[in-house]
Write a protein that binds this ligand. Sequence first.
Ligand code: SF4
Length: 361
Amino acid sequence: MIDAIFDKIEKGVRLTFEDGLALYQCKELPILSYMANHVREKKKPDNTVTYIIDRNINYTNVCVDKCSFCAFYRPVGSNEGYVLSYEEIDQKIEELIALEGIQILMQGGLNPKLKITYYEDLFRHLKSKFPQIWLHCLSAPEIDYIAKVSELSVEETLLRLKAAGLDSIPGAGAEILVDRVRTEVSRGKCDSERWLALHRIAHKVGLSTTATMMYGHVETLEERIEHIIKIRDLQDESLKNYGRGFTAFIPWNFQPDNVPLGQNPNIRVTTTVEYLQTLAISRVMLDNIDNFQVSWVTQGKDVAQVGLNYGANDFGSLMIEENVVSQNGTTFNVTIKDIEKMISDAGYTAKRRNNRYQVIN
Ligand code: SF4
């Protein structure tokens, strides 16, 4: 079976659901590495591994949802809840610019006090003060919630956010795009169809997006492959209809510390081997997405470095500030020098990029 799958990969034949599942049974990591690198080299033949300098800004931690994997949110009314002021956000961006950063990844909770005008005013303020900074902001569940509390359609919401300065949308909040799983781990969030519809509309109105997968909790292997194929189908559709779609795919495993889901006796405990398998399988299944990121924030530096041999061509971002995953007890600090050394030690050439994955140095 594995030989037949590799034959398909070499001939550029798309893999099926059954192929994806069969690859999860393959315990010989070098084979998966070889397959994933074969696909990567076809798409990215120049041996470059890119990274971006950006900063996470978690503008509010107030959230009406209670995702069982999240240690970041505070319920409405909590005295630990916050919304950052313009001054605090500006200061973070000034620090980013001092480090040659070019993008902010701004995400937060589903805060019922913040309607569309809050975001429009904030984005207009940021674009006028920092026109060089790319606004990669707001996950699909946040935008879905902003539309709901503002009594707008998703399309109208996206058009207004884009007019105010939103440049692109991160792929957070996908978890696993199967409603059985979503009901268990993130009950209040948009369902899988709505997550996909929101990204479809974003592509339609001119915003590129990324896609993620948080695996390693209550999902089955079948549901992981279903997730990957849903992303692949939408990418086909968006590229055909709008000429844009997902710029990158980023898988990572659930971080079980300090969160209720971590106590669930049914969760699958995942390992480094499973991360590398999942990265490689995603790469060979998602034949229509160009860029794959390793997630050093969740996997650590060493595993991320190894991940470059499992189909990834991007090291993600310097991530000057990260609050969501670190609340689960996962913290790794890296510098630009660290990133460049890890990439070059793995045999690749490190290059800085922008949000469009264009090399900028
Ligand atoms: S993951 Fe996001 S939506 Fe879920 S509880 Fe945390 S902040 Fe809220």
